[in-house]
Design a protein around this ligand. Sequence first.
Ligand SMILES: [Zn+2]
Ligand SMILES: [Zn+2]
Length: 143
Amino acid sequence: MLSLNRVTAAPALPPGPRLPGRLTRNAQALLTMLTGRERPATAYDLYDELRSGGHNTGLTTIYRGLHSLAEAGAVHEFRIGDQSAYLVCPAEPHEHLICRVCGRVQQQHLYAASRWQAVAADVGFQVVEQRIEFYGRCDRCRR
Ligand SMILES: [Zn+2]
Ligand SMILES: [Zn+2]
């Protein structure tokens, strides 16, 4: 039986971009911009930052780069309002703890989540990707 009573949280996973060798220079530059952030960034966020830094980059180029980063599994996509936003995520399985107050996303591996794949396998379902998101208030916003 699946029990949610004993969910154990591991320490926060370090962010880890993957397959950097397969990325275009454009995607690599965007990955560098996204690394170390706690909140997902939209294409417009990156566009504004690049423009104010004197770079003449078009939105289409940014969209293309973000798309290839998502394809490579280096970032995860989030919906913020009607926009997509991107955050660098570790290669290891993890769940997202999303703060509704500050927008911070914490990546945690909740060991119970891996058992859900076993439950899916029991009904003959092959899991190829798992996304589990929790919404709430982070420890900083609860103070
Ligand atoms: Zn993620
Ligand atoms: Zn927060």
